[in-house]
Design a protein around this ligand. Structure first.
Ligand SMILES: Cc1ncc(COP(=O)(O)O)c(C=O)c1O
Length: 360
């Protein structure tokens, strides 16, 4: 798609890859005070321990110095059960994707992606000038299209980007399928983005020491309720991590984000309780959608993709009118709206509003 932006007279022309990109601006404004079921965030906020740690960190002397990641690296490694040399802190998963692309993908090289999936894979691949090979999730059930992905991988493929579970479909990829992709794509790096791992329980992280082309990302933006802090981790065999470091700015993660993460991993009970609440709420939401006759894709994440057909935009706008934000995805999956799962109380509130809108 060509960019709609105009180049002012006399301005320096950006790289061709950037000129060709469509602007991407997620609807992050005017969300305060609303029921935010539009970004798959934690809908109740982070652990109180995180807030306390942040307050403790707000001290002039601490803010005056560049971040030192040393102790945090040890603690976070312990939480994820890896060695400190097997990961890097990143400015959200987004920087993990960027660093991976910058390390391995040259202009004109091929990247395999899925559609619909998380937008930032395409974003960074396009910015790098990569050739994109896109595999479409089948409309019915939106199950991971393993055979099509395997068929798309050739010796030319440099990177394969997978979200497990996938956003916005909510569908997962089995470890067996990931293993087959890793074997087929021996000459490519394979990212398994596990932003929603805590809701699905399926992880490839245990394999990073054994499989040299496997990269796994995790984030503090979702279950931990820290999206504003922008912190993620990119895990891989330690030999790969040394190269990833070369392509990353040394201080892209700020000290407050790291302090917050250290506190967050000290409070695993908070996360477990939130996951249990979301799983119960997800059942409630799916049951409610079924009762209203709205088809949906069974999800392994903290969100559900519903098919509202021709009424997708109308439903989104009517819910917004009632102070409830959901995300239209019909531009990539016709008729579909994604609903973040929060607490059972929040789902009851959503379903009551939805019933009114749907039956109007
Ligand atoms: C699959 C997936 N990965 C990563 C992210 C964002 O992660 P971060 O906030 O860590 O950059 C999202 C957010 O929606 C997502 O859906």
């Amino acid at each position: 798609m060509k960019s709609a932006l105009r180049l002012p007279k006399g301005a320096v022309r950006p790289r061709a890859a950037v000129m060709a990109m469509a602007p991407y601006s997620p609807p992050t404004s005017n969300r305060r005070g609303k029921l935010r079921l539009d970004f798959n965030e934690n809908t109740v906020g982070c652990s109180p321990r995180v807030l306390a740690a942040l307050k403790d960190s707000l001290e002039g002397d601490a803010l005056a110095v560049y971040p030192d990641y040393g102790d945090a690296r040890e603690e976070i490694a312990r939480y994820f059960n890896v060695r400190p040399s097997q990961f890097l802190f990143t400015n959200g998963t987004d920087e993990a994707i960027q660093v991976l692309v910058n390390t391995y993908v040259d202009d004109g090289q091929e990247v395999v992606l899925l559609k619909p999936s998380y937008a930032m894979y395409r974003f960074y691949a396009e910015a790098a000038g990569a050739r994109i090979r896109e595999i479409v999730y089948p409309r019915l059930g939106m199950e991971f299209p393993l055979d099509a992905v395997l068929a798309a991988i050739t010796p030319e493929t440099r990177a394969v980007m997978l979200a497990n579970p996938n956003n916005p479909t909510g569908t997962g990829i089995s470890l067996l399928a990931i293993e087959r992709i890793l074997r087929r794509a021996r000459k490519a790096v394979v990212l398994v983005d596990e932003a929603y791992y805590e809701f699905s329980g399926v992880t490839a992280l245990t394999e990073i020491g054994r499989v040299p082309n496997l990269f796994v990302s995790r984030t503090f933006s979702k279950v931990f309720g820290m999206a504003a802090m922008r912190l993620g981790c990119l895990f891989a065999h330690e030999a790969n991590v040394a190269f990833l470091h070369k392509a990353q700015s040394p201080y892209s993660v700020n000290a407050l984000a790291v302090a917050a993460a250290r506190a967050a991993v000290q409070d695993p009970g908070y996360i477990h309780n939130y996951v249990a609440e979301v799983l119960a709420a997800r059942e409630l939401l799916c049951f409610g959608l079924e009762k209203l006759g709205i088809p949906y894709v069974p999800s392994s994440g903290n969100f559900v993709l519903g098919n509202f057909g021709r009424r997708a935009i109308e439903v989104r706008d009517a819910l917004r009118g009632q102070g409830i934000l959901v995300r239209d995805r019909s531009y990539e999956a016709a008729g579909c709206v994604r609903i973040t799962v929060g607490t059972r109380e929040q789902m009851r509130c959503l379903l009551a509003a939805l019933e009114e809108v749907w039956n109007a």
